[in-house]
Design a protein around this ligand. Structure first.
Ligand SMILES: [Zn+2]
Length: 478
């Protein structure tokens, strides 16, 4: 299996540190506002990567930090008159609910900065002790000149890094590229005691302290959006490797591409800031997943209303095909079908699609190609049934195609339960009619108490029964 490693700028054979086990750290949110389309795309990229590795039998440990102490949080909290750490907690809970709505697997751990102050301070102390960091006016800075490999991850020389526009200016720094590990307290800001006086950690140190604590040195995958490559990830490498003295800190650095909205960088001032809640008002998590996966995770992604509409239509095509296969299969038990070793035109297509699907995913998680093979199978299924195949082969061919399609869709994280679909609606109507019939029987046998219980319980579920001379009708309370 090949993965593209930013560090080497090429695809490499993926070999985890420990056979069968994968350790993955993904830079998480700074919770000061609602989650947006950029977060959704980034986290979905690591979600599918994780799901794929797990589907191949690897055991994965996924850690995602929460930057609950940060300038943006402090600014927003001051504006709203809230405690910064409490504001961060509130937005983090909201972010987790958004992740659930998006169908993302939850990380195994969500460590916070406020919960790891001791580890962070110990790491900074060790860096000072090793001569890799220095103290100025109650703040501590990492000395970039002490780390010869600085710039290796983002493939930039000193001039390029200095002119990147991403360097924090601070007159206390000995070199413009040096960065704060600990910031001395400013009036009115939250602060913690440290050997250098009260203050709070700089941004980068948390990810080194937490990933080294939970995944140990030399862990497998470090992920995040491409914007974090420099300086955040470059700084993580420098401080971690200076601290452990045992490179590499991370084996594979993976970066997901930048996200635009209507061709522009997303920003509140441009009025093109799209939150996860906004998106899920107009489309489903499944259609959104399909929309993101039609672009490779490393490529830039441009979000637009037309893409949302296209992906909704494409997901509906998949669902229609699944319904067709389900009807043809003629088995409503939902039991998995053993589809190995079955021959026939559609079954063979399905087996070929499965092989191509894995080939695509094993090549740096090429979801656009993997999806294309599934869409081909959808078209093949539709074509097969439109040509009136012999009745004796329809059922088993449908079973195999359905089995492979649902299996592969679920590897990519799609839910195929079709809760809002025609079939589900039809079935609830059938069940409702059955209950009305049972209640009629109870009434005709003068079991009025039972009849009333059925009517009341249905009302609790949102259905009103109305008795007329010609029978009973039901309607949903809107
Ligand atoms: Zn990070």
């Amino acid at each position: 299996m090949l993965v593209y490693n930013t560090l080497q700028r090429r695809k490499e054979e993926f070999a985890p540190r420990e056979p069968g086990r994968v350790s993955m750290y993904v830079c998480g949110v700074t919770p000061y506002d609602a989650m947006h389309v950029g977060h959704a795309r980034t986290f979905m990229a690591y979600d599918v990567l994780r799901r794929y590795l797990e589907s191949r039998g690897l055991e994965l440990c996924h850690v995602q930090n929460v930057t609950d102490i940060d300038d943006k949080i402090i600014a927003r909290a001051t504006h709203l008159g809230e405690e910064p750490v409490l504001l961060a907690k509130r937005f983090m809970e909201e972010a987790l609910r958004d992740c659930d709505s998006l169908g993302l697997l939850r990380a195994h751990l969500y460590p916070t900065v406020s919960g790891h102050m001791q580890e962070i301070i110990e790491m900074i102390e060790a860096l000072v002790g090793k001569g890799a960091a220095y103290l100025r006016e109650g703040s501590v800075y990492f000395d970039v000149s002490a780390f010869p490999g600085y710039g290796r991850l983002s493939h930039q020389n000193t001039e390029e890094m200095q002119s990147s526009g991403r360097i924090e200016t601070d007159e206390n720094k000995a070199d413009p590229l040096d960065f704060a590990l600990w910031k001395s307290a400013k009036p009115g800001e939250p602060c913690w005691d440290s050997p250098w006086g009260p203050g709070r950690p700089g941004w980068h140190i948390e990810c080194s302290a937490m990933s080294l604590k939970y995944l140990n040195n030399g862990f497998d995958i470090h992920g995040g959006a491409i914007e974090l490559q420099f300086p955040h990830h470059e700084n993580e490498v420098a401080q971690s490797e200076a601290y452990t003295g045992e490179p590499p800190f991370v084996r594979y650095w993976l970066h997901s591409g930048v996200v635009f909205v209507n061709g522009q960088k997303m920003s509140k001032s441009l009025g093109n800031f799209v939150t996860v809640k906004d998106i899920l008002k107009v489309t489903s998590a499944e259609a959104l997943r399909l929309m993101f996966f039609t672009t490779h995770y490393r490529s830039p992604f441009d979000y637009s209303d037309s893409k949302v509409e296209e992906s909704k239509a494409a997901w509906e095509r998949v669902q229609q095909s699944l319904r067709l296969l389900d009807r043809e299969r003629g088995d409503r038990t939902g039991k998995p079908v053993n589809c190995e070793g079955i021959e026939g035109p559609l079954a063979e297509q399905a087996v070929r699609a499965e092989a191509r699907f894995h080939q695509a995913m094993e090549d740096d998680f090429n979801t656009p190609l993997a999806l294309a093979t599934l869409f081909e199978l959808v078209s093949e299924s539709n074509r097969y049934f439109s040509e009136n195949p012999p009745p004796e082969e329809r059922r088993v061919q449908a079973a195999v195609a359905l089995c492979k399609l649902t299996q592969l869709l679920s590897v990519l994280g799609f839910s195929t339960s079709d809760e809002g679909g025609e079939e589900a609606v039809d079935q609830s109507a059938d069940l409702l009619n059955l209950l009305v019939e049972v209640r009629q029987m109870a009434r005709s046998q003068k079991q009025f108490a039972l009849a009333d219980v059925i009517r009341d319980r249905l009302k609790d579920l949102g259905y009103v029964l109305e008795d007329h001379a010609e029978g009973t009708s039901h309607r949903k309370i809107s």
